[in-house]
Design a protein around this ligand. Structure first.
Ligand SMILES: [Zn+2]
Length: 335
């Protein structure tokens, strides 16, 4: 689905403000490099600006109308002066860049303008990069290039220096949730993923990751044991936790999940339903939230953050977790 200027402005306000200024001042660059993670709107914004360059009836002098012949053909991917290059298999090959150049040596088919978009520009082979470099060094008037990448450090510095580099911001949680759902993630699972990472790629991987699904269950179980049978918490730690959370990175992930449970409990108490991330555990957590105080929850969250710091400082994970569990159960019979 094509996103409008307004929708993309929500996604990347800084980038779009800059581009709007360039359009209004007639200072569109010959080459742009859009750098940002997957899902941050790089291609959509490249095509949005392309439409602004070709549109026959701009709105407010910079926004594409989305309804003229040119806008419609760009949206449908069949405008003769707009070319999109994607990796052919694993890389972008030199022939693909040569074809592009051949195409551009003709005058614009319909107008003086031509636009090309190179998606995953970091995947250009060395010869493709060199070929593109020549192209960037002698820009034809009226030609605009958009290079898109998630890995800017893989590009030749000589290419970078020919482009105006725009950095795309990672997605805010609400936008991330939207994107995850658009990518097929169950709405009940999206908020937790969005809280753990702002990288769409990573979130989509976590969504189908068996280890991660199991990790959530173990963390909820640890919380429940702490609540119901604090004395058994150390047993649960030995039986489940240490078998599942082995590497430091995994333990950090486990602590993040545990922290989010306490945050959810706090949000339930504050009646901020829209902030909850363990949507599927909502009913159970609601019961627990009634049996504790905000003060105690915030002490427990501090204890978890403290444990994360200790782990980072290379404290023995076993010892760190045992201390944490003792802190989390402290005074639990009084709340
Ligand atoms: Zn238009």
């Amino acid at each position: 689905m094509v996103k409008t200027w307004g929708q993309l402005l929500e996604l990347q306000p800084t980038v779009l403000k800059m581009l709007k200024n360039s359009l209004l001042k007639n200072r569109v660059a010959h080459a742009y490099l859009f750098e940002g993670m997957r899902g941050t709107g790089k291609k959509e914004i490249a095509l949005l600006l392309t439409k602004s360059l070709f549109c026959e009836q701009l709105v407010e002098d910079y926004k594409p109308c989305e309804s003229c012949n040119n806008c419609l053909r760009i949206n449908n991917g069949n405008h003769p002066d707009v070319h999109i290059v994607e990796p052919d298999g694993l890389s972008i090959k030199v022939e693909q860049i040569r074809n592009l150049q051949a195409e551009f040596s003709k005058k614009g088919v319909e107008s003086q303008n031509k636009v090309y978009v190179i998606s995953h520009a970091d995947k250009m082979s060395v010869s493709a990069s060199n070929s593109l470099l020549k192209f960037l060094e002698e820009p034809n008037p009226g030609t605009v290039a958009f290079l898109l990448t998630e890995q800017v450090q893989q590009l030749l510095p000589t290419i970078l220096s020919r482009c105006q580099v725009l950095v795309f911001q990672p997605l805010a949680p609400q936008m991330m949730i939207k994107q995850l759902i658009e990518n097929g993630v169950h709405p009940a699972k999206a908020p937790l993923l969005a809280q753990l990472t702002n990288n769409l790629e990573e979130a989509l991987k976590l969504n189908v990751d068996e280890w991660f699904a199991q990790a959530q269950k173990i963390v909820v179980k640890l919380y429940e044991v702490l609540k119901k049978n604090p004395l058994e918490a150390l047993v649960t730690l030995q039986g489940d936790w240490f078998l599942h959370f082995k590497e430091k990175e995994q333990i950090q992930r486990g602590l993040d999940l545990l922290l989010l449970i306490f945050k959810d409990l706090l949000y339930i108490q504050l009646d901020r339903q829209e902030q909850l991330v363990f949507v599927e555990e909502n009913e159970r957590l609601r019961q627990y939230a009634l049996q504790t105080s905000g003060r105690r929850l915030s002490d427990q969250m501090s204890a978890i953050l403290d444990a994360k710091r200790k782990l980072q400082a290379n404290m023995n994970p076993q010892l760190m977790m045992e201390q944490l569990v003792l802190k989390l159960q402290e005074g639990s019979s009084f709340v």
